[in-house]
Design a protein around this ligand. Sequence first.
Ligand code: AHR
Length: 493
Amino acid sequence: GQTTVQLLPTEKPVEISKHIYGHFAEHLGRCVYDGFYVGEDNKIIPHTNGVRNDVIAALKELHIPNLRWPGGCFADTYHWKDGIGPKANRPAIVNNWWGGVTEDNSFGTHDFLDMCELLGTEPYLAGNVGSGEVQELADWVQYVNFEGKSPMSDLRRENGRDKPWNVKFWGVGNEAWGCGGNMTAEYYTDIYRKYATFMADWTNTGGLYRIASGANSADYHWTETLMKQLPKHLVKGIALHHYSVIDWKQKGPSITYSDEQYFQTMKSAWFMNELVEKHSAIMDKYDPKKEVALVVDEWGGWYEVEPNTNPGFLYQQNTMRDAMIAGLTLNIFNNHADRIKMANLAQTINVLQAVILTKEDKMLKTPTFHVLEMYKVHQDAQLIPLQIKSADYVLNGEAIPAVSASASRDKHGRTHISLVNIDPKVAQEVTIDLAQQRKLHSARLLTSAKLRDFNDFDAAERIVPTSFKAVKLEKQQMKVKLPPFAVVVLALD
Ligand code: AHR
């Protein structure tokens, strides 16, 4: 296939917020308990206050800018006061959304926020609107952010933390149209105004960043209602959730992940582009200066449990298919960085599209991890707009673009171009017009021969970035030969 990419002059500078590269950790399956948190008394797995050291080191490599917690659907069932104070006194709860398991609340507010400090990442707390109270959420903000003397800051000090954490990012409920309370857009909008009003802004970090629970995929009425009714001083971001899924009932189980199923998954990943453009267009009507961000705080692939993998709840084997979803989706986010200021991959570890998997004392980095590591060069870089004419990836008479791309210039003046070829069979010849003469600094490739290839616990990691040679640069034109299933990041001076 033949693809052309043209780098365009920047009309209005747009920064790719590093927060687009955020993550999400929910009390779901083995994400928190027996995931990154193995308990303070664990004698087998090296840890810091119960959080695995190997996971901390790996996440630091990604420069993860923010971490969303404790849900997801779980957030609207979570009462934060259950998770503070001496661990022996914390009440057990039943995790109703995710398996009905009993949790002992040994991982709570202090544990999470201290872990974020260890990771050097900004916490994003999702508040309980569905089954909580206005006062409860207002108290949480005061507990976490208030410096002076108050009932909540006194309680925080009693529990061993003097200084506030100054948490900036706050979700006001989650999926209010569904697990967060099955509300209508109109009802949620009203209730949002009330909750947001009482979440006082105690931060010293430039304002509380309140994020409204957003649309279910293509529910444009939801976004329209929020944009029409929410006063700007109460909202910084509106969420959007979209998973790359296929209709399993129609297509059959994942045992035989067919060409058709892969195609449909990629089509679903591309659908993110349409969603972002349509939701953004609605936001533009009410907010032409783009002061309110689109926050895609849940994205990734979601499949049934795969064969020959752990049967853990929502555990799914992360393969090259996930690397394709990640590269393609991040290109979409980069190219819409004028409106998308934050996004969160679901989820950090052991469940859904994880960047890390653990098994007892072992840990591995998934293909998705490596895509995020390769793409971290775009964090806080200036977007270079581009025009792309991609070859088609065609199956059974349907076509989607095979190649996606995004580009940025970092603070040191280095340009990075990311390219993804999702076609499973056809290599792509990509011609890039750089608009000026450049020197190739380096090129990295992540690929594997088969779609279902994955990194496993018992062998050395097979899927890792390697140096990429199939690049020819002549003056301002570059020719790149992308193999099937390829994620490439080029660095140019
Ligand atoms: O990430 C898993 C679940 O997906 C989240 O809890 C929910 O918000 C979404 O439906």
